[in-house]
Write a new protein. Structure first.
Length: 684
């Protein structure tokens, strides 16, 4: 057994061993992706127990997500020498640790926790009580919730805080009422855990000391994404022994929008000036070609600390840049590649599909469901499927074909505004007969209101005989839902682009289901299954589907990066993107690329919702891009030339370093230099 343990440690390289054997005092490991930072944490925990006789329950290991905590604990359990009572090592997220402390010292109970759903309803009823008429406005409620969260996580003070996504005065009044509500009802929410824990520790020395005595060794993974409150609490607990061991990579810092601050990692060695600093130099995860490409990308960030590391694996193959027509075709091709691989004896779990925006998951959820491919959705329903806008569209469809007609009508009767007062709706809810007919004959309505109800009734009748996608176009256009959404976005100063994209996603999704009923059923199945798919499929043979944010720390044999086109990757909200946002986006892409062990595909659709899009500027920053990208042009491909219009490739010749295309355009045939066209974004 001793031999076994030694053999296992011998697998580690010199720097990893140094980190694993670090005993007391602060230590900072900064190193690139796949260099074994997380590995070092689990081994060090074992080493602390076996060699330094530290008690398992005195060790606290913190990671970023529940999934990561669970995974790390599993890895730890599999180490040789593991014994049952090592279960007492505390593996958790910041939240779970803060909850443990609050439960132990302040009597917090889970039943007093406001989960996200309850919080939503509390906020809604506060808005109503305050007399604002927008309490049914899902968008406003969500903005308030995310502003509150940002505020807590940066330890900001309400009086100094300036809300940006919603009227500041509204935000402040709702916030204050919400605080009162929690106080009088003895409730707390997720964000409170951080702040309450912090306040508890700075105000009660006795408790602080007993926590210090309890957690004598602290290890933190993904330290680049820590925020201010979290770090302050960790510092307090670690003091005065400062047995705080942190690992991270500033190039993978991707949570700044939530108040994370990679600067803290740099500050660490200033705060703890005796900290041992270790860098790991070997990447064990990916083939060299993938790492070389990822390095050439990230070296474009100006604001970074360069870390040199080399790969131990062989060269492998360059990232494969694949051109596809659009996002629907992308999902289909990815499904096909997965199915082919599984048919040849491979497994689903070798694959991850990584995308930048939540909306993109919709095409994959649809395609996987239709192709019967098991998948795990790391972001749950965070996509088109739980958006109120889809609920609106579905309500129209359901009302039309008579599924849950009354509730559906209540939802959309004033979307667009038909000026039907709330009391009229409420008085008719319980009545026998058709809800719309009852409202139409309601005495106090004026002619205009009555007419709009008859029009709605007529429209719903027409929808019944339409195909789903025709019906959706009709709702958007003829019924005026899209205009209503535009006005709404304008009134709320929300970027209308998001809503446009959502509606386009819904359109695309519906195209596979001609019958309205089938589409409604498809959505129902997805809503029912996605939530538990995460738990159910996590350890089974399934494809992983996730945003770049959720991909952190993970690794897969084969990775598909979806939608690498400018505007999506990097994601551009308005007309332009600032340098620091661009660097954030580049880090995200870097995280995504470095998840791949063996094969990395980067997909470049030519169109998005029937509009032309261009390859991501990041692709141009990858050393090997041109070589790979030009391989994706074949004879017979359709291309579009900025000046000559549509054409078909008739031939490709190699002349010295150049690739010459022969392209047949409508009026004549031209010979063109492919690299020049690509570098100057002349063709797609
Ligand atoms: P990331 O920055 O993406 O979180 P990381 O630095 O945490 O990466 P790990 O996940 O710990 O890296 O390790 C990457 C892979 O390399 C894992 O599969 C791990 O088992 C393997 N690995 C780490 N160290 C060694 C080693 N010394 N010998 C062989 N394999 C190793
Ligand atoms: Mg890691």
């Amino acid at each position: 057994k001793v031999l076994h343990m030694k053999a296992d440690l011998r697998k580690l390289n010199k720097e990893q061993l140094e980190a694993v054997k670090h005993y007391k005092g602060p230590c900072l490991v900064i190193a690139g992706p796949g260099t074994g930072k997380t590995t070092v944490i689990t081994h060090r925990v074992m080493h602390l127990i076996k060699e330094y006789r530290v008690k398992p329950n005195e060790i606290l290991v913190i990671t970023f997500t529940k999934a990561a905590a669970r995974e790390m604990e599993e890895r730890f359990c599999k180490l040789p020498y593991y014994q049952k009572d090592y279960k007492r090592v505390a593996f958790g997220t910041f939240h779970s640790i803060f909850y443990r402390i609050l439960r132990a010292y302040k009597g917090y109970r889970l039943e007093n926790l406001l989960d996200e759903k309850e919080k939503y309803y509390v906020i809604k009823s506060i808005i109503k009580t305050l007399g604002y008429d927008f309490y049914e406005d899902e968008q406003v409620i969500e903005s308030i919730i995310s502003e509150m969260s940002y505020m807590y996580n940066t330890l900001a003070n309400i009086d100094d805080y300036e809300a940006s996504s919603i009227d500041n005065a509204v935000f402040k009044s709702v916030f204050k009422e919400y605080e009162k509500y929690k106080y009088y009802n003895d409730k707390y929410d997720y964000d409170d855990m951080l702040v309450h824990c912090y306040k508890l520790l700075i105000s009660n020395e006795e408790i602080l000391n007993s926590i210090r005595a309890k957690y004598r060794y602290i290890l933190i993974d993904e330290f680049q994404d820590i925020n201010k409150v979290q770090f302050e609490i960790m510092r307090l607990i670690a003091y005065p022994d400062n047995n705080i061991f942190v690992v991270g990579d500033d190039d993978q810092s991707i949570y700044s929008f939530r108040g994370a601050d990679a600067g803290i990692m740099i500050e660490f060695s200033r705060i703890y000036n005796t900290a041992v600093k270790i860098t790991l130099r070997y990447n064990y995860r990916s083939c060299s070609a993938i790492i070389n490409s990822a390095m050439s990308l990230i070296s474009n960030n100006k604001n970074r600390y360069e870390k040199k590391f080399v790969t131990v694996k062989d060269m492998g193959i360059n990232p494969l840049v694949v051109r596809v027509e659009d996002f629907e075709q992308e999902a289909k091709i990815i499904c096909q590649k997965i199915i082919d691989h599984v048919n040849q004896g491979g497994s689903y779990s070798e694959f991850a599909v990584i995308h930048r925006t939540n909306l993109q998951s919709r095409a994959f959820i649809d395609a996987f469901t239709i192709a019967n491919i098991p998948y795990v959705s790391y972001d749950g329903l965070a996509s088109v499927y739980n958006h109120w806008l889809l609920k609106d569209i579905l309500a129209y469809l359901k009302a039309a074909i008579g599924i849950d007609r009354r509730n559906s009508l209540i939802r959309i009767i004033n979307k667009p505004n038909r000026y039907i007062p709330r009391y009229v709706i409420e008085e008719n809810i319980g009545k026998e007969g058709d809800f719309l007919d009852n409202i139409a004959i309601y005495s106090s309505l004026n002619d205009f209101q009555r007419k709009s109800i008859y029009e709605l009734k007529d429209s719903l009748c027409r929808i019944r005989s339409m195909t789903t996608s025709k019906a959706i176009k009709y709702i958007r256009g003829y019924i005026g839902y899209e205009e209503y959404i535009r006005d709404y976005a304008f009134a709320k100063s929300i970027d209308v682009k998001l809503f446009d994209e959502l509606l386009d996603e819904i359109n695309s999704s519906s195209e596979s289901f001609a019958k309205i009923n089938d589409y409604i059923e498809h959505v129902r199945i997805i809503l029912e299954s996605v939530d538990y798919k995460y738990n159910e499929n996590r350890n089974t043979n399934a494809v992983s589907l996730m945003t770049m944010h959720k991909a952190k720390g993970l690794e897969f044999e084969q990775v598909f990066i979806s939608g690498a086109v400018d505007g999506v990757v990097p994601y551009i909200k308005g007309d332009d993107i600032s340098l620091s946002e661009l660097e954030d986006e580049r880090r995200l892409f870097y995280v995504a690329m470095t998840r791949a062990k063996r094969v990395l595909y980067i997909f470049v659709p030519k169109n998005r919702f029937s509009k032309k899009v261009y390859p991501s500027r990041f692709i141009r920053e990858i050393d090997s891009w041109l070589k790979d990208y030009r391989n994706s042009f074949k004879c017979g491909d359709k291309i579009n030339h900025k000046h000559f219009g549509d054409g078909i490739i008739k031939g490709i010749e190699k002349r010295a370093e150049d690739y010459i295309l022969t392209v047949e355009f409508k009026n004549d045939t031209k010979r063109l230099n492919l690299d020049v066209l690509l570098k100057n974004k002349i063709i797609t």
